[in-house]
Write a protein that binds this ligand. Sequence first.
Ligand code: FAD
Ligand code: UDP
Length: 389
Amino acid sequence: MNVDLVVAGSGFFGLTVAERCAAELGLRVLVLDRRGHIGGNAYSEPEPETGIEVHRYGAHLFHTSNERVWEYANRFTAFTGYRHRVYSTFKGRVYSMPINLGTICEFFGRAFTPDEARALVAEQAAEVSDPANLEEKAISLIGRPLYEAFIRGYTAKQWQTDPRDLPAEIITRLPVRYTFDNRYFSDTHEGLPVDGYTAWLERMAGHPNIEVRLNTDFFDLRDDVVGNVPVVYTGPLDRYFGYAEGELGWRTLDFDMRVEPTGDFQGTPVMNYADEDVPYTRIHEFRHFHPEREDYPPDKTVVVREYSRAAARGDEPYYPINTAADRARLLAYRDLAAREDGVLFGGRLGTYRYLDMHMAIASALSMFDNKLRPHFALGSRLISGGVDE
Ligand code: FAD
Ligand code: UDP
């Protein structure tokens, strides 16, 4: 095989590694993807009837406080001024998310100063002192009434697991604010790629030293590659080892996409549904991600209802469940990975970690600095372990 490096997977992790190795080290890189398109889960495409850009694997919002990642991303795309805001419907009324002073005033039906709101929530949160799971953590942050309205039902639908059996970290992704700031993310930089995600990803893959082969499963070429050419593998970790230590648990999503005969279905990009008897968790209306685009039709819109369930083998793995059993299996797989000479494991699937896009890019850049460059420039051994895990 006449290449210097094989990258299995063309998501943000794989493309960042490929681009750096091609552009910085002049290597010939072969990128394989078993799907028929590049970009992994960040891939987007125009819905054919309306031309509205739809993120095929769920809405993707780019945000980061990492200056190096922001600078790197801006080499391939400009970003719009989009700022993500989310609303939540509960018992027929609409509230702003994440929970902020506006949510608290609306929910309790009166005006609170920040200090009054803090005092109220502190009193309602006092029942939990040492939170050990998602439910206790949420109550310790926002008190039981807000937890039962906005978190319990939504989380039950999203995870189909008792919130007392889920790790506290899941909920600490969401800020709680005692101001009227209702931005979803708190990062320094935020925006959506002006020409869409696929244009950004194509520019990353466009270096003349990079060859992308779609509809190609790494495992069909594995015997020719491993041992002969260095590999960065970004597919599922358990699959690489033939599920020898058991399967790692994931949740998957089902997306129900419809074109509606109106120019505006819900007035906002994302509406969450907190009630447990509404079967979907949220509805995305994709035109609202790009209010600056003038070519979207005035009388049609694309909405996607999102449903969550446990993934079976063959389903797209989206969220690592991370039970105690999963963590034990992960450690066993990491031991196997550390013995696989010439193969590095990276990305969301390859490390079994929920990574936002900016985290996937940051992690790929550090794999380039700490493993790939030393290997190609100085001949260091290419082996997993350390910073990239
Ligand atoms: P992936 O994008 O999953 O790419 C892996 C690639 O490897 C895939 O293309 C796959 O086909 C390929 N592959 C797997 N096995 C093989 C094989 N055997 N041979 C060849 N190819 C293979 N991040 C944000 O920053 N903001 C968001 O708003 C956001 N929303 C998200 C919403 C959802 C529903 C999900 C699931 C994720 C979201 N993310 C978001 C996270 C984002 O998708 C990831 O950060 C990003 O996709 C990680 O890139 P990756 O390269 O690690 O993995
Ligand atoms: N969550 C919730 N209610 C909401 C939004 C989020 O209970 O209205 C909880 C839920 O458990 C979810 C977690 O917070 O899994 C993280 O939310 P986030 O929006 O970050 O999830 P993602 O967009 O990654 O699905």
